[in-house]
Design a protein around this ligand. Structure first.
Ligand code: 3H9
Length: 697
């Protein structure tokens, strides 16, 4: 028998146990071991029923994702599941942990299912760009009905045991805490009750209605912004009214179509990158204590960070400049929980109790005398930050981490105004901070490894994706954003409409275009930062923001003013184009002596992509980002980059680095300063390598 699957017997019950840490993924060795064990069970005259169980922390959490794209090795998972279902004696799956994807499909092939109370089941394949391809789209509707299957398969959500029981996905919940014993007891009870084989494939999927599938398809098309798998999942579930073998055949065809699409490779890259991004040089350091944090500033950012910290179970002290501002800060924190209360995720009483126990807003810096980490989230100018850090240095205990939530200022300069630069790091949150998952962890020249590890621990506690960044203007995300925004602004000056640019960028898969995003963030922010940087700006660089300055002067600064690129007078979140913008842009072009020209959406995206990739290559080449995958994670989790394209670096590899470099060289002829090719990009093209090669280096 194999190392990863064992066949034992408990009296007349066979136990087939999978032991493939950490998550019992259904690798080739597991599939082969299970097949051998099943065959042994069928031919074992002493065994009256079998239990399939996972050792360690979970039942099988799915197919082995690292095998995707490699030559398939038999037995394939769909065949194995069919073989389980075809067994002539009853098979019970005893679930715990996270039976997901192929794991749940194995369980659906079994005749009966029992689960521990904290089990969560699901078919999350949609997030990997595929569909449940081992019978999940055919068997789940048969046990839970079509509508529940559509919901679970298109969302990939993890369903708790109680709900799974209610939906008929499992047959019983056992709270013994021992999945093996639970499975054996369940099997004995079945035999005692004279119950036996019950094949899911013999059941009928309830709730089949062509109109329902059309409605789901339309909804998925709208929601998925170019991602194929959610729509194809609906097509697969639709086949569940066919006899099982035909439905499985249809599922296989659709699975293959998705498997062969570049979206699958992009989403699998994103899955592994999301985990690899925490593997940083400082990860081996032991993080410092992290139970109570201080936050300086109770504005939008400070209050968002406070809400995220409270949700993570931390104690929070918020310091504002006076009592009135502290009270406003507390109100801002409460506002961040309002939708949780409204949606019933917590009651008003629970919120009050949480704040009473774990939150304090004050104007007294002395309240920071026992914090483990403090995050400064005040106005974004160096002078103000330095003043705050000098005060913190005086009151915060030795050994606490001092962090700045700056989005572009130099952490080393901030650290230098304290007596303890080794304790200073940057923690760049994204607004709204209690919702956005990205956290840039900025490592200064003198930041101690355990201070950095504490930043990553905070990210983990807050369920955020922490990405390590070196010090530069804008770090990873805002620096790259600055580059593609400038490319967009230059296109507008040269003749493109900002509305067509927004449309092209949305069609690429972003949730919004750059000018919509400017309206959301507030065009005053860009204006003030341009003005701040005027002193350091090289006058030889093209400015390309004159029309934005004119809009600022008119007070068209976006959503908060009711007017920006779009008119928000009817709806505070969206609206038609502001009719004043195009004449203003035309005037600006005349002033600059530019004869406007046409830009196709294809050219817009070529320039947008080239500007993104070129700056990203500089960021990696300079060591600001550790690896290309770190850029991909920043872009996906902080800037709405479509996950199904894998992030800008993965996408660049897919398009071909030589093609992107050729574009940059073409654009360089018009503006050699902005479009200077990144040395790393040139080096990779010349050596025939890809960004992906650097991820594993
Ligand atoms: C499928 O089943 C297809 C079939 O329908 C059809 C086929 C024909 N494979 O996330 P963690 C690794 S598709 C390989 O940090 P957690 C992971 O990379 C699959 N490796 O732990 C990490 O490695 P490392 C459908 C996997 O406790 C380590 O395990 N299933 C797999 O926070 C720990 O993972 C899914 O999509 C895998 N399937 O969360 C489930 N899963 O330590 C995907 C994990 O080297 N998995 N690894 O970085 C998850 O959602 C989470 O891992 C899980 C545990 C919730 C299970």
């Amino acid at each position: 028998m194999s190392d990863v699957v064992t066949y034992t017997r408990d009296g007349d019950i066979a136990v087939i146990a999978v032991n493939n840490p950490p998550v019992n993924a259904l690798s080739h060795a597991v599939r082969k071991g299970m097949q051998d064990a099943l065959r042994k069970f069928e031919s074992d005259p002493e065994a009256k029923a079998a239990v399939i169980v996972g050792e360690g922390r979970t039942f099988m959490a799915g197919a082995d994702i690292s095998e995707f794209g490699k030559p398939p090795q038999e037995p394939w998972l769909p065949e194995l599941v069919n073989e389980i279902e075809a067994c002539s004696k009853p098979v019970v799956a005893s679930l715990h942990g996270t039976p997901l994807g192929g794991g749940l499909e194995v369980a659906l092939g079994a005749h009966w299912r029992v689960a521990q109370p904290d089990t969560r089941v699901g078919l999350p394949e949609v997030h990997l760009g595929i569909l449940p391809g081992a019978g999940g789209t055919q068997r789940l509707p048969r046990v839970a009905g079509v509508e529940a299957a559509l919901d679970m398969i298109t969302s990939g959500r993890h369903v708790p045991a109680a709900e799974a029981l209610e939906k008929g996905i499992i047959d019983a919940i056992d709270d013994s805490g021992d999945p093996r014993a639970a499975g054996v007891a369940f099997a004995r009870k079945l035999l005692a009750e004279g119950k036996g084989v019950r094949r899911t494939g013999d059941m009928t999927a309830a709730g089949h209605d062509p109109a329902l599938f059309d409605a789901w398809r339309a909804e998925m098309k709208k929601k998925s912004r170019g991602q194929l798998s959610p729509v194809v999942c609906v097509d697969a579930v639709e086949a569940s009214n066919l006899p099982l073998p035909e439905g499985l055949k249809r599922e296989r065809e659709l699975f293959q179509k998705l498997h062969d699409d570049p979206q699958r490779a992009a989403l699998v890259h994103a899955f592994f990158a999301e985990r690899a991004v925490a593997k940083v040089p400082e990860a081996s350091a032991t993080p410092r204590k992290l139970e109570k944090i201080g936050i300086i500033g109770g504005g939008t950012m400070g209050a968002g960070i406070a809400a995220a910290a409270l949700q993570a179970g931390l104690k929070v002290v918020m310091v504002e400049r006076d009592a009135e501002a502290a009270a406003r800060g507390e109100q801002n924190v409460r506002r961040n929980f309002a939708s949780s209360v409204k949606k019933g995720r917590m009651t008003q009483e629970q919120l009050d109790a949480l704040l009473a126990a774990n939150f304090q807003a004050t104007d007294d810096y002395g309240a920071l005398s026992d914090v483990d980490l403090v995050i400064e989230a005040v106005f974004e100018t160096m002078a103000v930050k330095k003043e705050v850090f000098a005060k913190l240095d005086a009151v915060v205990p030795e050994g606490a981490v001092l962090a700045s939530n700056t989005s572009y200022l130099n952490i080393d300069e901030i650290a230098a105004c304290t007596r303890r630069p080794q304790d200073v790091i940057g923690l760049h949150f994204f607004s709204p901070a209690h919702i956005m998952r990205l956290l840039e962890v900025i490592v200064g020249e003198k930041s101690a490894p355990d201070a950095v590890a504490t930043g990553f621990l905070l990210a983990k506690k807050m369920k955020k994706v922490g990405v390590r960044c070196g010090v530069c203007d804008g770090f990873i995300g805002n620096r790259i954003l600055g580059s593609y925004m400038k490319a967009a602004n230059m296109m507008v000056e040269d003749g493109a409409s900002p509305y067509v640019i927004d449309e092209a960028v949305r069609e690429f898969g972003y949730p919004m275009g750059p000018f919509q995003m400017g309206d959301l963030a507030g065009l005053d922010i860009g204006y003030l930062s341009r003005r701040d940087r005027d002193a350091t700006r090289d006058p030889a660089d093209r400015y390309a923001a004159g029309f934005l300055d004119r809009m600022y002067e008119k007070g068209w600064i976006g959503q908060k003013a009711g007017m920006g690129f779009y008119d928000y007078s009817q709806n505070p979140r969206s609206g038609p184009p502001n009719p004043g913008v195009m004449p203003l842009i035309e005037e600006e072009r005349k002033k600059l002596g530019i004869t406007p020209r046409e830009f196709s959406k294809e050219e817009i995206m070529r320039r947008y992509v080239a500007a993104t990739v070129n700056e990203a290559a500089k960021v990696v080449g300079e060591g600001i980002a550790l690896r290309p995958l770190d850029v991909d994670m920043v872009s996906i989790f902080g800037y709405g980059y479509p996950r199904w394209r894998g992030g800008p670096m993965h996408y660049a590899d897919h398009v071909g680095l030589d093609r992107i470099l050729a574009d940059i060289r073409e654009f360089e002829k018009e503006d050699p300063r902005f479009w200077k090719p990144a040395p790393l990009l040139v080096e990779l093209v010349e050596s025939g390598r890809k960004f992906g090669d650097l991820n594993n280096a």
